[in-house]
Design a protein around this ligand. Structure first.
Ligand code: SF4
Length: 223
């Protein structure tokens, strides 16, 4: 299915950001929010000179709330972003490079201990900001996996359901060389979002979907 998506959609060039810190801000801001709204918040931060670790560190939380207002949930997101910067300062000597040099598992545990960070946000940061070989799962992948009967239905936002999806992704790429996993996970998640947005929303629109062949094959194999 990944290969079909690569053929149909081409390279996705994710994450849409210029620096690792922009990726991190985007990962927080996009929670329950469309990317267009995130872009407006990032533009506000850029104009305020706050698209960097130093910039966010210097901003009072009230001002941060104003700047990220287009992304919504500001009473949760602004303190959460501040808590991330405090973690970098307190445990990584104020350096994202030190953070990036930490192995994925302990770093994931520290991210998950932060307020406002669930597995999807933690994994997006690990993969797209720090280049760790960590798959990202989301609602689109859950829908696709369930609709293609790769997993049995689980309640959304359920931790076990999330872990099952990342296990499925790891399994799908297990025979590829480990050094290629970060690149594959990067592209795969981007492709899942692309096909999810275009076809696999709350209601599946399978006409013209690059993955429709898999559903047809599944139906053909039924007794
Ligand atoms: S739209 Fe249909 S074919 Fe496409 S991923 Fe969703 S269920 Fe599969």
């Amino acid at each position: 299915m990944h290969e079909w998506l690569v053929t149909a959609c081409g390279p996705q060039h994710w994450w849409p950001a210029n620096t690792p810190f922009e990726v991190i801000l985007g990962a927080y801001l996009t929670q329950n929010t469309a990317w267009k709204a995130v872009e407006r918040s990032l533009d506000n931060l850029k104009r305020a000179g706050a698209l960097t670790l130093e910039g966010i560190r210097a901003l009072p939380v009230e001002r941060l709330r104003e700047l990220i207002r287009p992304s919504g949930f500001v009473t949760r997101k602004a303190p959460a972003i501040k808590a991330f910067v405090a973690l970098v300062d307190d445990q990584f000597a104020g350096s994202l490079k030190n953070m990036a040099a930490t192995p994925a598992d302990p770093l994931r545990a520290r991210l998950l201990a932060l307020p406002g960070v669930g597995p999807e946000t933690a994994d997006a940061i690990l993969l797209y900001a720090f280049g760790k070989a960590v798959p990202v799962a989301d609602e689109y992948l859950r829908r696709i996996a369930e609709r293609h009967r790769l997993l049995s239905p689980a309640p959304s936002h359920n931790r076990k359901g999330y872990d099952a999806l990342t296990r499925l992704t790891r399994g799908a790429f297990a025979s590829d060389p480990p050094a290629s996993h970060a690149g594959l996970y990067n592209e795969f998640h981007a492709l899942v979002v692309a096909v999810g947005k275009a076809h696999c929303g709350r209601k599946a629109n399978c006409d013209g979907c690059p993955l429709a062949g898999d559903l047809r094959r599944d139906a053909d194999q039924k007794p």
